[in-house]
Write a protein of this length. Sequence first.
Length: 680
Amino acid sequence: MSSSTSASARSGAGLADLPVTALPGVGKAAGARLAQLGLSTVEDLLFHLPARYEDRTRCTPLAALVAGQRALGQGSVLAVEQRGGRRPHLTAWLADGPGQLLLRFFHPTSRHRRLLTVGTQVSVYGEVRWGAQGREMVHPDIAGPAEPSLLESSLTPVYPTTAGLSVKRLRQFVRGALEHVDALPDLLPPALCEEGLSLAQALRLLHAPALAVQPTAARKRLALEELLAHQAALAAARRASRRERAHPCRQANLVARFLAQLPFQPTASQQAAIAEIREDLMRDWPMRRLLQGDVGSGKTLVAAAAALIVLEEGYQVALMAPTELLARQHYKTFAAWFAGLGIPVLALLGTARSTQDARRRLAQGEVALAVGTQALVQDAVAFDRLALAIADEQHRFGVRQRQTLQGKGRIATHWLAMSATPIPRTLAQSLYADLDVSILAERPPGRLPVTTVALSQTRRTEVIDRVRQACAGGAKAYWVCPLIEEGESDLVSAQALHQELSRALPGLAVGLIHGRMSPAEKESVMAGFMDGVVQVLVATTVIEVGVDVPSANLLVIEHAECLGLAQLHQLRGRVGRGREQGHCVLLYRAPLGAVAHARLACLRETDDGFEVARQDLALRGAGELFGDRQSGLPHFRVADLAADAELLPRLRQAADDLPPEVAEALARRWLNARRGPAEV
Ligand code: ADP
Ligand code: MG
């Protein structure tokens, strides 16, 4: 340890500057391993939190060990058997009176051989399983009579780590780091510290819980700080965007003409959203708005109105959709809507040469509205005077894509994000504190809520009969099946299903659409379904987002027990988009687990996306609700939206009031993305 770093540690001048190698026992090699985990300073180590805990605080009698659980046991060695050869193997019987446990070691070390001799007392910790000869542990941790006991006085933290660095050593390093924990500045405003835990106390509890109890309050203390860091960053982004310059757009003649030519009246929600957007666009700083609305609430119309306000000023607009199917649908919709207004629309779908001409026309400003997929963010796509970028189903896009598209204007572009991920309003306002939020709270008038029933696979023939009858009466049906080919799992494949239904419904035209078809094929199948040439459409989840065929009114979802609530709700949104009553049949394979049962019950009870989201949040936690990294939502290290969402509203105000240097220190602590992927 150099004298300057130890001096800075003593004075507490910043653990963020104290390298891990300043800790006793951390040499160059260990330092390199830690760096792979994104841990280069003592502060980093302190914030490297356990993924879980092991309970080594009590010893379980061997007869009471339960298969599948990790436990600590103790006994004397009763018998030992060794096998040599290419795959040396050591087994030992441990007994504590009534109970016995078999220990297995493959490639045993000399320490194992020394410890495991008849009559020796050892303690072991590991996962119990049932083998041919009863309870056993494979490669447990083991301690002999002369070694430090495995029995601990507190829960044992298990850290995410990387190859070449054992959890045991990492634990030692963290213990070393904890010596410095009092030097960490506490960044949480005192008013927020309800539990009264200081940061140092919280970290001590998390790394070395005093009792065999999960340190919930300590986790909450850190979650609060992490969420505050995010809120502060969003508040800063919001302030920064106010200082940018965008093109103000003040006309609304085209919008008025457009709305007047529509065959229906915009809903009050749509009108309110359009008015909010209009006000945003009049300003000379960029709009940053999220338009939320349940499936079928009519977001596309609002996007069209926003586009027209900007187009009227002679600027360009880009509309990006996550799938080609949806982009093509939007292209058709906009082309039809805008034809009467004399506004040409351009589709930009692939990376191929075929788009060369489209790109040229955009760059030269010949076309004002481009509708496309991610192809829009390619380097080769340039705009002459882009002023508004719109992302449909924005949760499907990454931050990078959104920034790239926004960056294609000569000055800051206005930004409109649309999403059907139904998040409760207060949560949305906090999670997207850098955006303004408009909500479409109603569906167009005359829409009947989709009726939903859940039926066991055993009633499949009845469901097929129902489809036959409905289609004979002029209905159109989707039959959704989660996978496309036989053998990928035991799920019914779409292709097999297509054959089955074609056979079972001789008088009807049964179509098939799945993700491995070419875009042109998909489009022609969709067109067939739209026009009624195809009456039953067997589909994978490619139709999940955005697809709008108002005349389709029956939807069957295969293996509904395997899908998440949010996804089921999205799929169900494919029907009930027109005047006719929509129906949804959830086919499941019995027996249903408790959670699957609760999901299907929820869908049967409500057709309201926000209610579905609330129940989803309660059933499985926010992490899953918002899905994987595609969700575009922040990924928290400690905070868990399901448990901590209620903290957010308080934090918003607190974030606005933070002194800038505290906000910066929080960002440095929580938001730098140095940490790499780690294995547990
Ligand atoms: P989503 O919010 O799911 O994107 P869409 O924008 O696709 O919904 O709209 C769903 C359907 O409702 C479309 O066919 C659209 O033309 C129609 N629609 C939108 N607004 C209205 C309205 N105010 N009255 C009647 N139909 C509407
Ligand atoms: Mg949509």
